[in-house]
Design a protein around this ligand. Structure first.
Ligand SMILES: O=C(O)CCC(=O)C(=O)O
Ligand SMILES: [Fe+2]
Length: 358
């Protein structure tokens, strides 16, 4: 990636303001109440008294921002440092080396540097792997085709410990996601374990992102504006910064300042549908800069391919009817994966296509 190819250039209204002043940022939530419960309770957040405050904080962050940051989250720092170091080593190799595990139309996991968000190319290179090996997904995009296929990860030869670092880290992410989903369930007035079934046969994946320095950071974006399609995202960003969130209160883009050893959490489209819009998935994007490269690692929590996503019955009634028709996650997910890979002339599939008009 040298000179800026026109494929990377954003329309004027979507270009970043590199000099935006620092405004009020996303809430920071301390998860230590989860880990200071009496013995025997440490794996569950179903003990209401000790975590009531935490549930309230999570609920209001989901409502007001759709984004928050967590500290004292219980993920060991050495696991994070190990995957971050492996990611750096992997991306520092030659393109010839990286392309050995390049994604193609059949093998959808692995390395690639040509992702498009809303049909503009992103200034980044990535490595994707799924948490479940193999991951089951629909074999075709055809709505009526019920055949299933398996996705396998592609691991690089070098660095040799990348695979283990990724697998260990993935386990930590699943555990943290489980705890966060219990808190989110409680915040919606649901039983803590309401979302447990959606961890079975999950299609979750992790992406190692590398944003190289860009000669024209005012024209391009590391990732164009978008919402995350899944349930929940847990993001580790390095100390460079660049992630911006569209603030719900006024539509301003605000920078998420890096905090060491914290994770950024955001609600995805599926929580928006399940909660019947009590919580909304919020737009975000990534700025790049001309001097520093940046690394980030999002974990995308996704349900099983056979999940029919629709507003939860407990959260709908005659006064609050379901705002969405049910859609099949597997078809939605594979359609998205396919269309981010191939530049399309039409808009990507979006949840509002399933929105019931009022
Ligand atoms: O790199 C980041 O900070 C965020 C990346 C992101 O939003 C995504 O990959 O969906
Ligand atoms: Fe995202």
């Amino acid at each position: 990636m040298g000179k800026v190819d026109p494929a990377f250039i954003q329309a004027p209204e979507h270009r970043p303001n590199l000099f935006a002043t620092q405004a009020e940022g996303i809430p920071s939530i301390d998860l230590s109440p989860l880990y200071t419960q009496k013995a025997g309770d440490s794996d569950s957040v179903s003990e209401p008294n000790s975590i009531e405050g935490l549930v309230k904080e999570i609920g209001s962050a989901c409502k007001q921002w759709g984004f928050f940051q967590v500290i004292n989250h219980g993920v060991p720092l050495d696991k994070r440092q190990r995957i971050e170091a492996s990611a750096r080593q992997f991306f520092s190799q030659s393109f010839e080396e990286k392309r050995k595990i390049r994604r193609d139309a059949v093998k959808v996991l692995g390395y690639y540097d040509t992702e498009h968000t809303k049909n503009v190319r992103d200034w980044k290179e990535v490595f994707d792997f799924t948490v479940e090996e193999p991951t089951l997904v629909p074999a075709s995009l055809e709505p009526d085709d019920k055949q299933v296929t398996q996705w396998y990860n592609q691991w690089p030869e070098c660095p040799p410990d990348l695979r283990e670092a990724c697998q260990e880290y993935a386990q930590e992410m699943v555990n943290l996601a489980n705890k966060l989903m219990e808190l989110i369930a409680l915040s919606l007035g649901l039983p803590a374990k309401r979302f447990h079934e959606f961890f079975i046969d999950q299609t979750s994946f992790i992406r190692l992102n590398h944003y190289p320095p860009c000669p024209s950071p005012h024209l391009a974006l590391g990732v164009g504006r978008h919402k995350d399609a899944g349930i929940l995202t847990i993001l580790a960003q390095d100390d460079v910064g660049g992630l911006e969130v569209k603030r719900k209160s006024d539509g301003e883009w605000v920078l998420v300042k890096p905090t060491p050893d914290s994770y950024i959490i955001n609600v995805g489209d599926i929580i928006q549908v399940w909660s019947n819009e009590a919580y909304e998935s919020v737009e975000h994007r990534v700025m790049v800069n001309s001097k520093k490269e940046r690394f980030s690692i999002p974990f995308f929590l996704n349900p099983a391919h056979y999940t029919m996503v629709k507003p939860l019955e407990e959260l709908t009634n005659e006064q609050e009817p379901a705002k969405y028709r049910a859609y099949n996650w597997g078809k939605f997910f594979t359609t998205r994966k396919h269309s981010n890979f191939t530049k399309l002339d039409v808009e990507n599939v979006q949840i509002y296509h399933f929105r019931v008009s009022e």
